[in-house]
Design a binder for this molecule. Structure first.
Ligand code: GLN
Length: 559
């Protein structure tokens, strides 16, 4: 029977609850336990798909096409397991299910209430993950204890204790210990209040993770232990850490993993963290630095590109270098180019996005990288702007554009998928989740992947218009990866350039610290070559055979 760990948060949001939960997951996986993770989000949106990345950060996409909270990205990167849409439940999705049942008359005339109907559905979502092939389910409750909308979730996780039995469940509460500058003191009062609030909902934490700027004195731990009725060994400290992947080590040195294993009655065998430690050693002793510009619309909130940043870091760690990320607002590109301010970049990423704002800037950045042999990786929208740029400036197709930005363009080089398949209905939904692509055997992308059959996650509506493919290829821009039926362009690459590669997919979602995404490794390798003035052809841009592991084939039939 699966054991459950519930992680709640107190005092303030953005404490790194997700990272704490994910790090705990890594410590359990390192013991050979089969772990899965879940995020319960108290907001009313049915999923984060429609949320503004400015406000909420990136939308993370799972293999099965779930548009989920970015914490799922942390989970996957830390526990190295591909999750599904079931790993993210929002208040909205829970009400949607209950209300649909009510409309179908499934409540047989009874009054539908938060307790028990909403709480039952929450428990159902948690139970759904506790399958026979899972040892531990770690469930993070989003939001902060004390919020009104979190109450049904706290009630549900409280009820779970009786249902699964005390020995199969534990509760971890993550709180903040602020440092008050003028008095030079760390304060425990907010933690006390937060634990009191949690207990008033019937949930007694087994462990408390104290987030703080710097290390916490033992006296304060004692005080919190006493006042919260939590064993001293269960009161642990996780001070701010600039390297996310170090958090498992911090929690381990605090003994949180061993403490929780004893509560759950699981063997505390020695974890195998050798691979993780080797990765940290590479991160901590970089041999060089590369400067990569991210040309985006949401650069004031870097969380909007969280997986891209992490994928760059994974690739940098693979090469043993440090990546210096420069955030470049696409709307400011023209001015920056005129002032020669992008010349120093070793590489750039044009990430995904929606809507026309800043699009001309992205196109200008793509042109600059192509004409100046700066390594450039285009992701989804990034690929699309590279194609638009190439068609305008190399094929001379004046005004070429995506119909997303100019529905009346004379040269719709990027168009709705449906239009390409001869379907006139434009009300189509997005292409979401993992799809297989076939790579041209001698292509650069195939060399990077070390394979000709790859499987990456997607989130888009538009595609390269196949009527332009031949002309692009004749001029040097190859569609080097296609959907299995050959209809959709999945990867592009430019002949004779140090690295001008685009993908219609989002390989950043599958990049893991121990298994970096091949295209990111290629980009950072080419950027390193530029930085060192070396010949890019000589560089091992691809992780060594076996380093990437193998992924199961796509779980969706290729279209
Ligand atoms: N807006 C583009 C499309 O819908 C690109 C989407 C993306 O970058 N994820 O196809």
């Amino acid at each position: 029977m699966a054991k459950h760990i519930f992680v709640t948060g107190g005092v303030a949001s953005s404490l790194g609850k997700g990272l704490t939960a994910a790090s705990l997951g890594r410590l359990l996986v390192a013991r050979g336990l089969r772990v899965t993770m879940q995020k319960l989000d108290p907001y009313i949106n049915v999923d984060p798909g429609t949320l503004n990345p400015y406000e909420h950060g990136e939308v993370f996409v799972t293999d099965d096409g779930g548009e989920t909270d970015l914490d799922l990205g942390h989970y996957e990167r830390f526990i190295d397991v591909s999750l599904t849409r079931d790993s993210n439940a929002t208040t909205g999705s829970i009400y949607q299910k209950v209300l649909a049942d009510e409309r179908r008359g499934e409540y047989l005339g009874r009054t539908v209430q938060v307790i028990p109907h909403i709480t039952d559905e929450i428990k159902e979502r948690i139970r759904k993950l506790a399958t026979s092939d899972v040892d531990v389910v770690i469930t993070e409750v989003g939001g902060t204890v004390g919020d009104i909308e979190i109450l049904p979730f706290l009630e549900a996780i409280r009820q779970m204790r009786l249902e699964v039995g005390r020995q199969n469940i534990c509760y971890v509460h993550v709180t903040l210990v602020p440092f008050i500058g003028p008095s030079g003191e760390q304060k425990t009062k907010p933690t006390q209040h937060s634990v009191t609030e949690l207990r008033s909902r019937g949930v007694q934490p087994d462990a408390i993770v104290l987030r703080s700027e710097g290390p916490i004195e033992d006296g304060l731990r004692n005080k919190i232990s006493n006042l919260s009725d939590v064993e001293l060994a269960g009161v642990v400290n996780a001070p701010d850490s600039s390297i996310l992947y170090e958090i498992p080590m911090v929690l381990r040195s605090e003994g949180l993993d061993s403490f929780l294993l004893s509560i759950l009655g699981l063997d505390d065998v020695e974890p195998d963290l050798a691979e993780w430690e080797a990765m940290l050693a590479r991160i901590n002793a970089p041999q060089a630095k590369v400067r990569i510009g991210i040309i985006g619309k949401y650069v004031t909130l870097p969380d909007a590109y969280l997986s891209v940043v992490e994928a760059l870091r994974h690739a940098a760690s693979y090469h043993g270098v440090e990546v210096d990320i420069e955030w470049i607002r696409s709307e400011e590109i023209e001015g920056l180019l005129a002032a020669g301010r992008l010349r120093h970049l070793d590489g750039m990423v044009i990430p995904g996005g929606f809507g026309s704002r800043g699009i001309e800037g992205k196109i200008a950045a793509a042109a600059y990288s192509r004409q100046n042999d700066i390594p450039c990786l285009g992701l989804c929208l990034g690929l699309q702007v590279m194609v638009v740029e190439f068609c305008r400036n190399e094929l001379g197709l004046l005004g070429a554009n995506s119909t997303e930005f100019d529905p009346n363009t004379l040269h719709p080089v990027i168009d709705l998928m449906h239009a390409q398949r001869g379907i006139s209905d434009k009300g189509g939904t997005m292409r979401l989740g993992a799809y297989v692509a076939r790579l041209a055997p001698r292509s650069r992308v195939a060399a990077m992947y070390g394979d000709t059959l790859v499987n990456e996650r997607h989130r888009h509506r538009y595609e390269v218009n196949s009527t332009y493919r031949e002309r692009m290829a004749e001029a040097g821009l190859q569609c080097s990866g296609l959907s299995p039926d050959g209809r959709l362009a999945e990867f592009i690459e430019l002949d004779g350039h140090s690295f001008w590669v685009g993908t219609q997919a989002h390989p950043e979602f599958k990049s893991r610290p121990n298994r970096p995404a091949p295209l990111f490794c290629g980009l950072v390798g080419a950027a390193l070559a530029r930085a060192e003035g070396r010949n890019p052809q000589l560089l091992p841009a691809t992780p060594a055979a076996g380093a990437l592991g193998t992924e199961p084939p796509g779980i969706r039939p290729p279209d």
